[in-house]
Design a protein around this ligand. Structure first.
Ligand SMILES: Cc1cc2nc3c(=O)[nH]c(=O)nc-3n(C[C@H](O)[C@H](O)[C@H](O)COP(=O)(O)O)c2cc1C
Length: 220
């Protein structure tokens, strides 16, 4: 797959089929992930794949509780606003994310594979995200959908450590990436355009160009 296609079309693909992901595909995903950079090349990471039905059954209610708490907590006002004006573009986007995120919570046990990414000795956990994103890009190249989630490790750190047998508290579960063959189609990720979120030579300096439409696929 062409690199730019992967960059533009790797979305949060949460709705997936229960079909297992072959070991050789998992190996290619993980081996690509661990090529990612980390501060000082310390590779302060440990990855735990989860596909055991028993383990998923224990993690599922925790994940559902974490997502429920998100809707009732930090997302409450945004969701209320979106529901009050469901046709506004921002509301549609918010409600779409909520439905998709809730699908993952509701179908946790059916998702064939999760990758728990642990990091330690890295204050901002910045060393783990390039690897997690590389895993998602590598999965995209295999036709495997994925979604990075952070809510479980943030809200139930002790349960995650206990269930996965993490030996030391210094290991932080930065994220959990779900994987599976998608039920939907790949599409270019919708984002605010470059000239709305970037500047040159200072916070508000004109960028010098604008990109009203995605630059992939290449036109003409
Ligand atoms: C740091 C981070 C944390 C995230 N946490 C969650 C999460 O806990 N649950 C979830 O369903 N999605 C989570 N996501 C996925 C985002 O919601 C998703 O990437 C975003 O809505 C864009 O989706 P799209 O690529 O399909 O447009 C997270 C993404 C990032 C980068």
């Amino acid at each position: 797959m062409e690199l730019r296609e992967a960059l533009y079309t790797t979305r949060a693909m949460r709705r997936v089929r229960p079909d297992p992901i072959p070991d050789e595909v998992q190996a290619r995903i993980l081996d690509a992930a661990i090529r990612a950079p980390s501060g000082g090349n310390a590779q302060p990471w440990r990855f735990v794949l989860v596909d055991s039905p028993e383990l998923k059954a224990e993690l599922a209610p925790l994940y559902r509780a974490s997502i429920g708490a998100l809707w009732e907590g930090p997302y409450r006002e945004r969701l209320l606003r979106a529901k009050a004006d469901p046709d506004a573009a921002a509301s549609r986007s918010m409600l779409k994310v909520q439905r998709s995120a809730q699908w993952l919570a509701d179908h946790y046990e059916q998702v064939p594979l999760f990758l728990f990414c642990f990091v330690r000795g890295d204050a901002g956990a910045g060393s783990i995200y390039p690897a997690a994103w590389s895993a998602q890009l590598a999965a995209r190249a295999e036709g495997v959908g994925s979604s990075l989630t952070s809510v479980l490790g943030a809200s139930h750190p002790d349960d995650v450590r206990r269930l996965l047998g993490v030996p030391e508290e210094s290991w932080k579960n930065a994220c959990m990436v779900s994987f599976g063959y998608p039920t939907g189609r790949w599409a270019v990720a919708e984002r605010r355009p470059v000239d709305e979120v970037a500047a040159r030579n200072g916070w508000v300096g004109p960028l010098g160009f604008s990109v009203p439409e995605p630059l992939w696929p290449i036109q003409g």
